[in-house]
Write a protein that binds this ligand. Structure first.
Ligand code: FCB
Length: 800
């Protein structure tokens, strides 16, 4: 490894000499011409035509019509100065049935494309398999069949025979993890199967295909051979901010297992000729090991010139007892997949450029024999065409951030040889159809017109300079908009904030300047206006139940109090990703002065996203760890401890608990309070989990009674669940409190009317909501944003 970084005079960041700059695409995503010149069907043709599989029912039938427009597209590449273009060959164009007869017209197309590229001084980088398996091979078992790997090697040889004299760099397969897990494990991608046995067979056969293909290419004289993996640094929420943060043994084990599944399942066989025991363990449980034969690993472990790295975002995990396995990662029971609490792309993927640095440095450290090439990195955003421009400042910021991160990695010794942006063109984004635009060139799918976005022009400069200018890509300021429009800053601000007082003419002039410059309003623009929107959003995240007392009280008490303060309240539901996005945009666009947020689950990206909008937001209840939002909470742990002390005082010793959802901060606090109080008394404990509803309380109670028929008390983390527990106890013929004492939590309406009346921990719901409202109003007025925690109180009734 050599550290080749230089900070050139003039303050630019230069990449090593010979660094490859390019862009990437894939056949099914751009070519179209699905039924032309003898092309056969692929699994994506079939999958996309299956109703409900792809957003909007979109298919790749026409896509960017690149098959007919490749000359124009190559001209564009030349204008942008690309040094390399990574495209994929559609196997069904070459062998319509996946094996046997070769379709000459298919090969001719790539032959013409390669010549066109070379004439434009763009190096062709060929991916042989980017997901479009010929359907006839799928009909014979697809990647679950070992034979498919041999058919792939034949196909690789056929393509090399035709293009090998002009193509230097060969990428066998793109992202085997995605193919096997999304295609065969959970069925989100083609061919849409959902079987872990098949998924692990597929991963191994994809690796085998890579090995056989690489060997065939090498024998045929290929110059540079690569495999492209989707890789993600795996980390914990704590380590995201501070890579040196201490890691508990449990968290370290969680990180390790997930790293094995996403990264090392592929890296180690290919680059070390071995599967880690931890990987084999999971594979064996799901699929047995019968599909892995002697000698396979030697085949897989072919000498490799380049490792293609596709990086989009890191994976954040932590140990969480009781957490069910993530559907895409078998064997991950007890591991929580969390959020990176970073700004998101239109895909909802967190933007974490430092993840790329970590990844590249780690790869060069652990697998020093192979050079690295970023074969994909990029982002979808909601682009707007304004006249002849797409001012995609977000995408420029994304790319610049990641290039700086790549540069830092090079500086730290990573052997990075090049960077290919995903993608050259807006295209068919698999299950998202045409709705998600990753291109640096905009495509109008109705007219097929190409329009380079600002990011493309910016990238052209990066390529010319072999690096970046110092300083971040700057967004246009409010001052610049004002200057362009010839109005004052406060007029701009009023227009942006939708104030009616501005005349239509001024509004038009300002909006023109805004679109021309690609201005994105921020909190500075909002704070300039003296008159506010007088609107407050009450935001309901995923998982909040209609019967939640905090929800009911918030609507009631917050509504009244805010009305008194002259504000309107808008109720906004943010359960789905689309709704979350809408809420986030609503806030970011300055449509409200502030927001109250009902308790969100630990894995919910919403609190983090709202914290980034610059609008005052106060959380009702403690927000998930790692999100810095002021909040009005209650002493849940103290309340739970008081409940346990009360039960101990009544002579109870076998005190079980019914917990609330494990990723709800208040429920966790109640559990912690319970556990600590019991630990101090050196008593046994047992727990079951409920979802705060009555039925789940009854089910959890039955579970506890089966596990420990001799329990004599139960502390239930919510009154509704406690009512369910009373029901289950009655059903089991047990008397409350004689046989089993019950304490609930919340002092909700049902508590006093339960039979027997429920001992519970009173939560001052209305006070909590009022405290949150006051905090919010203070913050909107520019005051400090501290949090408050209100006391809870035990209310003893006859159930204990
Ligand atoms: C990668 C795929 C690529 C593109 C990007 C966004 O997983 O390889 O085709 O869809 O994601």
């Amino acid at each position: 490894m050599t550290a080749m970084f230089t900070a050139a005079a003039g303050g630019t960041l230069s990449f090593p000499g010979g660094f490859v700059w390019g862009a990437a695409t894939a056949a099914y995503q751009i070519e179209g011409a699905a039924g032309e010149d003898g092309r056969g069907m692929s699994i994506w043709d079939v999958f996309a035509r299956t109703p409900g599989r792809v957003a909007g029912g979109h298919t790749g039938d026409v896509a960017c019509d690149h098959y007919h427009r490749y000359r124009d597209d190559v001209r564009l590449m030349r204008e942008l100065g690309l040094g390399a273009y990574r495209f994929s060959v559609a196997w069904p164009r070459i062998q319509p049935t996946g094996s046997g007869p070769v379709n000459a017209a298919g090969l001719d197309f790539y032959d013409r494309l390669v010549d066109e590229l070379l004439a434009a001084d763009v190096s062709p980088y060929v991916t042989l398999y980017h997901w479009d398996l010929p359907q006839p091979l799928e009909d014979r078992g697809g990647w679950t069949e070992r034979d498919t790997a041999h058919r792939f090697a034949d196909y690789a040889r056929i393509v090399h025979d035709r293009l090998g004299d002009r193509v230097g760099t060969w990428i066998t397969i793109n992202e085997p993890w995605v193919v096997s897990v999304l295609g065969y494990g959970i069925g989100a991608h083609a061919p849409g199967r959902a079987s872990w046995r098949e998924a692990f067979q597929a991963s191994h056969h994809l690796l085998l295909a890579h090995g056989l293909g690489a060997r065939a290419l090498r024998d045929a004289g290929a110059r540079e051979i690569a495999l492209t993996l989707n890789l993600a640094p795996v980390t914990t929420p704590g380590r995201l901010d501070d890579p040196e943060a201490a890691l508990s043994a449990e968290d370290a084990a969680a990180v390790d297992l997930v790293d094995c599944l996403i990264n090392r399942q592929f890296l180690d066989p290919v680059l070390r000729g071995e599967y880690l025991a931890a990987v084999l363990d999971v594979v064996e449980r799901a699929a047995g090991l019968g599909h892995i034969r002697d000698g396979d690993l030697e085949t897989v472990n072919q000498p490799l010139d380049l490792l293609g790295v596709n990086y989009y975002n890191p994976c954040v995990v932590s140990a969480e007892p009781g957490e069910p396995a993530n559907p895409a990662y078998p064997g991950t029971e007890g591991i929580r997949f969390g959020d990176a609490y970073a700004p998101k792309t239109a895909m909802g993927w967190p933007i974490v450029p430092t993840g790329l640095t970590r990844l590249l440095v780690r790869l060069s450290r652990d697998y020093p024999q192979v050079g690295l090439l970023v074969t994909e990195n990029g982002a979808a955003f909601e682009d707007t065409v304004s006249g002849e421009h797409v001012h995609d400042a977000d995408r420029i910021a994304f790319l610049e951030g990641h290039l700086r991160a790549a540069h830092t990695a090079v500086d730290a010794g990573a052997d990075l040889r090049g960077y290919l942006v995903w993608s050259l063109l807006d295209n068919f984004e698999w299950t998202e159809g045409y709705g998600k635009r990753f291109g640096i060139v905009h495509v109008d799918f109705a007219t097929q017109r190409r329009l380079p976005k600002d990011s493309a022009l910016w990238y052209r400069d990066v390529i010319r300079n072999n690096g970046l200018r110092a300083g971040r890509a700057r967004r246009p300021t409010l001052e610049e908009v004002a200057a362009r429009a010839g109005v004052s800053r406060s007029t701009v601000s009023r227009v942006i904030n939708g104030e009616a007082a501005v005349s239509p003419e001024f509004r038009a002039v300002v909006m023109n300047a805004v679109t021309e410059l690609g201005y994105v309003p921020n909190s500075a623009a909002r704070s300039l206006v003296t008159r506010r929107t007088e609107s407050i959003a009450l935001i309901v995240p995923d998982g909040v139940r209609a019967g939640d007392p905090l929800f009911a009280t918030a609507v009631d008490a917050a509504g009244r109090e805010l009305e008194r303060a002259g504000k309107r309240v808008t109720l906004m539901f943010a359960g789905s990703p689309a709704d979350r996005n809408r809420v986030e945009r609503h806030l970011a666009a300055g449509h409200v002065d502030g927001a109250l947020l009902l308790p969100a689950r630990g894995s919910d990206p919403l609190p983090g996203a709202l914290a980034g909008t610059g609008v005052p937001v106060v959380s009702l209840g403690r927000p998930p760890a790692a999100v810095a939002l002021p909040y009005a909470g209650t002493d849940d742990a103290g309340g739970a401890a008081a409940a346990v002390a009360h039960l101990l005082g009544r002579g109870r010793r076998r005190i079980a608990t019914i917990r609330g959802p494990v990723d709800l901060a208040a429920a966790r606090d109640r559990f912690d309070g319970y556990r600590n109080a019991l630990r101090d008394a050196a008593c046994r404990s047992a727990d079951a989990v409920g979802d705060l509803g009555r039925a789940s309380g009854a089910a959890a109670m039955r579970e506890l009674l089966t596990a420990d028929p001799s329990l004599d008390a139960v502390f239930v983390a919510g009154d509704l669940m406690a009512v369910g527990a009373l029901h289950a106890l009655r059903e089991a013929g047990l008397r409350v409190p004689e046989d089993v004492a019950v304490v609930g939590f919340g002092d909700e309406e049902d508590a006093a009317y339960a039979v027997p009346a429920l001992t519970t921990v009173r939560v001052p719901w209305a006070d909590q909501v009022l405290a949150a409202v006051r905090l919010l109003l203070r913050q909107i007025g520019g005051g400090p944003s501290s949090s408050v925690i209100l006391p809870t109180e035990l209310v003893v009734r006859s159930s204990s």
